[in-house]
Design a protein around this ligand. Structure first.
Ligand code: FUL
Length: 697
């Protein structure tokens, strides 16, 4: 009897096992990530460190002739970098080991241009080694940036340089432990010192480096290193240096076309739905306007609003986020940057504190073979290895979550089980409010992670409808949150005549100060535009009266208004619209130069009175495909529009990838007239654009 019972039980077990097994697991669809890419994607957030000779020369790109003697940080502490990154929840640090000027932060055996010829630690230091140890101590992964372009090396552009470059790669990938990411920047070739030749060396990025072979070398010596950037890479640039992916973001790329030079980099922002290779996007951005530290940017650290937007537009849009924290001349991440980073991480942490779906009743109108292994519960079980899956032929389906009582939500987080490919092309989200379903979002891709922000709704149920997918649907995680209302900072603008305008979101009031004090509800309430043509620092705050919450403080600094400014002469271009370059609006643009008026081109401005100035800025066009950017400039001042003295000349480094306001400083000088000369351009065309010219008082 006992025996019989046992056999019956045994048979019972067997039959359940075979029922489970008779369900075939879903098959991969299209390109899938490698384990290395999966591990990398799950890091989500890591730091970038730009720290080199440029930190000491106040440049964004060194020319290659700067002396290594200038590298002399007074308090370099890589453990501080690691601590800051760790506390911010980052998982690694990518260090720029060599930037375009060729200076090496490690004592490379192949060059004298390195820390070994710097006064720091009497030439005995090795920043890469120190950072590798600090990363280990703090449980962070180490990544490295080795600039392919070298403006110092005499052989750059010739075959000999490729051996040099590969030798350095070998040093970096064998002497410092595991490197999680190798970063190859796209800026390649142009003018430089090149061992004293001082010339322009153009190369074809795709041919010159023989990337296929370089990659083979890397995979041989460092198989765990993910290679980013140019060549047949395993992760791609997101196509801008603002840290944004598009809402539609495929982790796929038509890399063959890319390697044949047929893909414009703006396409990286979305990837390619029909890409033949898994090449996920990495969004890189600096916490300041520039990549290297400049004291003049101490008050230009990105605002909390910008930082939060960056998070939702990168990690929230299926990309990883590589955030640059440039150490200052001491060798420390600056206090201002740390403060902002802390505010940012606290805000993001708070946004995801209250999860509301885990305890809901979840149902789906389809799940694979009605088998529990693929049931909708898997999307809320907190286990990233289980997923809700539909039957193979089912490419549209709904998953619904019923709350025990009406619940407030304003964030939704979704994740596909990307190990089997990225599939979802479109989806909608509905909320059941007062018994009626209401569509609250209509979106496209999901990928590894997609986070939606929407106005708070109080719902009795939520429903996610996948409305289009390449193959069956596999979702491993769905969460919803009730984040505190984020009040956006007011926007401040001032026009040419000094008229100040402020704008905030509906439902909030703006309070401001003009005397440098911190604004609060006791400060002046903004009601209508007002005139303030003098130099001023305006600080404003928005208060959501209903939520009783306030925004971060917006600060706008202005010199004297431009009401008495006039453009007195231009070498070409349309004179009727030229005032756009002095209208106080950084968006309106004007161009000079054409087929008959080639570079250099100039514009002369009369400021109406003698002023002491110590710099100028050029605001380039920032939106669009053809920005017609100026690459090299000269800037002159005069008291009488007859006798001129040159105050500054040089390049707008990195303007192509990062077309931000270009600030150039010089020793203070009295001037009434200023002359801005465009000497060379980024694009081949003969048209060159200026949005605004400012002076720094
Ligand atoms: C760019 C470089 O030219 C910048 O200097 C910086 O390193 C940035 C991350 O990549 O393209």
């Amino acid at each position: 009897m006992k025996q019989l019972l046992f056999s019956l039980c045994f048979l019972g077990v067997l039959s359940t096992v075979s029922a489970q097994e008779s369900i075939k697991a879903p098959q991969p669809f299209g390109p899938v990530p490698s384990q290395k890419q999966m591990d990398w994607q799950q890091m989500e957030f890591y730091a970038f460190i730009h720290f080199s000779l440029n930190t000491f020369t106040n440049k964004e790109w060194g020319f290659g002739d700067e002396s290594p003697q200038l590298f002399n940080p007074t308090a370099l502490d890589v453990r501080q970098w690691a601590r800051v990154a760790k506390e911010a929840g980052m998982k690694g640090i990518i260090l720029v080991a060599k930037h375009h000027d060729g200076f090496c932060l490690w004592p490379s055996a192949y060059t004298e241009r390195s820390v070994k010829n710097a006064p720091w630690k009497n030439g005995k230091g090795d920043v890469v080694k120190e950072l590798a140890a600090a990363c280990k101590e703090y449980g962070l992964k180490l990544g490295l940036y080795l600039s392919p372009w070298d403006r110092n090396h005499a052989d750059y552009g010739k075959p000999a340089y490729i051996s040099y470059f590969r030798n350095q790669l070998k040093e970096l990938l064998t002497n410092y432990g595991e490197v999680f990411e190798m970063w190859f920047d796209g800026a390649n070739g142009g003018d430089g010192y090149y061992g004293g030749a001082n010339e322009i060396r153009k190369i074809n990025t795709l041919d010159y480096y023989d990337w296929e072979e370089t990659y083979q070398l890397i995979y041989k010596i460092a198989p765990k290193t993910l290679v980013w950037g140019i060549g047949p890479s395993e992760a791609r640039w997101i196509g801008n240096e603002d840290g944004f992916a598009n809402e539609t973001n495929w982790s796929l790329l038509r890399q063959k076309d890319d390697l044949a030079g047929k893909v414009h980099y703006s396409e990286y922002t979305s990837g390619h739905e029909d890409g033949e290779k898994w090449v996920p996007g990495e969004a890189d951005v600096s916490i300041r306007p520039g990549w290297f530290y400049h004291a003049s940017e101490d008050d230009k650290v990105k605002s909390l609003d910008q930082m939060v937007d960056i998070y939702y537009k990168s990690i929230g849009r299926n990309a990883t986020l590589l955030l640059n924290l440039p150490p200052d001349k001491r060798g420390l991440i600056n206090e201002n940057d740390i403060r902002r980073l802390k505010e940012f991480t606290a805000t993001i942490k708070a946004d995801f504190r209250t999860e509301v779906l885990a305890k809901t009743r979840v149902t789906a109108n389809n799940y694979r073979g009605n088998n529990d292994k693929y049931a909708p519960q898997n999307a809320i079980d907190g286990n990233k290895n289980t997923y809700w899956a539909t039957d193979d032929e089912v490419k549209t389906a709904s998953i619904a979550f019923e709350f025990k009582k009406p619940t407030a939500v304003n964030r939704l987080l979704l994740q596909e089980y990307i190990q089997l490919g990225q599939r979802v092309k479109a989806f909608t989200v509905e909320a059941k409010i007062d018994g009626k379903w209401k569509t609250i979002a209509s979106q496209t891709t999901i990928g590894y992670k997609r986070i939606l922000r929407f106005d708070r709704v109080v719902a009795s149920a939520l429903r996610v409808n996948i409305t289009d997918s390449k193959a069956s649907i596999l979702l491993s995680n769905i969460q919803a949150f009730d984040a505190a209302v984020f009040v956006r900072m007011p926007e401040i603008s001032r026009d040419k005549n000094g008229l100040v305008r402020m704008k905030s979101e509906q439902g909030s009031r703006i309070y401001y100060t003009l005397d440098g004090s911190v604004p609060s509800t006791k400060s002046v309430l903004y009601t209508t535009p007002f005139r303030y043509p003098k130099a001023v620092k305006i600080q404003a705050i928005a208060i959501d009266t209903l939520e009783k919450r306030s925004s971060a403080i917006e600060i706008a600094k202005y010199g004297m208004s431009k009401e008495n400014w006039k453009v007195v002469s231009v070498s070409s271009g349309d004179m009727t619209n030229v005032q756009r370059i002095i209208d106080g609006d950084p968006v309106t643009d004007w161009s000079f130069g054409n087929e008959t008026h080639l570079l250099p081109q100039e514009v002369i401005i009369d400021m109406g009175a003698i002023m002491s100035i110590k710099g100028f800025s050029y605001v380039p066009k920032q939106q669009g495909h053809h920005l017609n950017l100026i690459a090299n400039y000269e800037f002159f001042t005069s008291l009488d529009n007859v006798h001129w003295s040159r105050q500054s000349e040089g390049e707008f480094s990195n303007i192509k990838n990062n077309p931000i306001e270009q600030i150039k400083l010089f020793s203070a000088v009295n001037a009434r007239y200023v002359k801005f000369v465009a000497k060379s351009a980024i694009e081949k065309g003969n048209n060159h654009t200026i949005c605004e010219i400012n002076v720094i008082e």
